[in-house]
Design a protein around this ligand. Structure first.
Ligand code: SF4
Length: 91
């Protein structure tokens, strides 16, 4: 955050109480040089309040849900792939 655009704004701007405030904060974040890192930090630490990395709380919940679904899909696909041991006995 030391190099983020939020350095020039009061912290309360990033913890808005309404949709207009969320959009204002997201606009400030949109040109932030550390936007991606900020978002990943918030996702990794399950920060569920405020605007981080140009995302609202709801958007971060959706991102996490999509990532969980993708991991589950990949795990399922991997579990269906025959491994080398199975293939060796099959031939
Ligand atoms: S992306 Fe993160 S670091 Fe950048 S302005 Fe927004 S809250 Fe601050």
């Amino acid at each position: 955050m030391a190099t983020g655009n939020c350095n020039n704004h009061p912290p309360a701007v990033f913890f808005p109480s309404d949709g207009v405030g969320v959009e204002t904060a997201k606009e400030i974040c949109s040109s932030c040089p550390v936007k991606e890192e900020c978002l990943e930090y918030a996702l990794e630490h399950r920060v569920d309040h405020g605007v981080w990395g140009a995302t609202s709380e709801r958007q971060r919940r959706r991102i996490l849900k999509a990532r969980r679904a993708e991991r589950a899909r990949k795990a399922l696909a991997a579990s269906r792939e025959p491994d080398a041991t199975t293939e060796a006995f099959a031939s």
